[in-house]
Design a protein around this ligand. Structure first.
Ligand SMILES: Cc1cc2nc3c(=O)[nH]c(=O)nc-3n(C[C@H](O)[C@H](O)[C@H](O)COP(=O)(O)O)c2cc1C
Length: 180
């Protein structure tokens, strides 16, 4: 993928929303997955937490290449761990990841944003994060309303939870551990 040119994103329709499957992908990860990414958590624009109720931990640009060089913009699932100073935030958690240009917000560059399925007690900015990406959920889309984007992200979370419960996926959770 050429990460310097923003591609056109299809507009998400009601038909797409109604027809979304509750589980996606094969029974075990298939090439190009698993893909391991790591780097210190960066600040985004802060809209994830404020606008969408979905805080995201952004990876630095140079950490995205192992994924962006072999896949398309879209939503992915896997596991991630932040090397947090608080032991209560230090586990490996399921995650959903958006790799893309956030067409709804008209971003000017490609970003990788990870939403960990855990309510963090401490701030994770600047802490090291490691993620293992195991599968693809859907393409990146444009939306006519913020509510429609929020609804799709909530569906992404449910789909990721179901996908990751499969035993062959669970086995990969240790691959993103900082402290085994
Ligand atoms: C699971 C998930 C799916 C997303 N899907 C889309 C999408 O299809 N289209 C889009 O424009 N943005 C999508 N986003 C990105 C949000 O627009 C982005 O996280 C938000 O703008 C917050 O960015 P910020 O932290 O830089 O402020 C998605 C984010 C997540 C976590």
């Amino acid at each position: 993928m050429d990460s310097s040119v923003r591609p056109a994103a299809p507009l998400r329709t009601e038909t797409f929303r109604r027809s979304r499957p509750s589980i996606v992908g094969p029974d075990e990860p298939e090439a190009p997955f698993p893909i391991v990414l790591s780097g210190p958590v960066q600040h985004g624009f802060g809209r994830g937490g404020k606008d969408l109720g979905c805080p995201t931990a952004n990876l630095p640009d140079e950490s995205i290449t192992p994924l962006s060089s072999v896949t398309e913009p879209g939503v992915y699932y896997g596991f991630a761990q932040v090397d947090s100073c608080d032991p209560e935030d230090n586990e490996v958690y399921p995650m959903v990841m958006s790799l893309g240009w956030n067409p709804f917000y008209r971003n000017e560059r490609l970003t990788a944003e990870i939403h960990l399925l855990h309510r963090f007690k401490s701030d994770f900015y600047g802490r090291d994060m490691k993620a293992v990406v195991l599968g693809y959920i859907r393409p990146e889309l444009d939306y006519t309303s913020r509510e429609a984007l929020i609804e799709d992200i909530q569906t992404d979370i449910r789909v990721a939870e179901r996908c990751l419960r499969r035993p062959a996926y669970q086995r990969y959770s240790s691959e993103c551990q900082w402290t085994p």
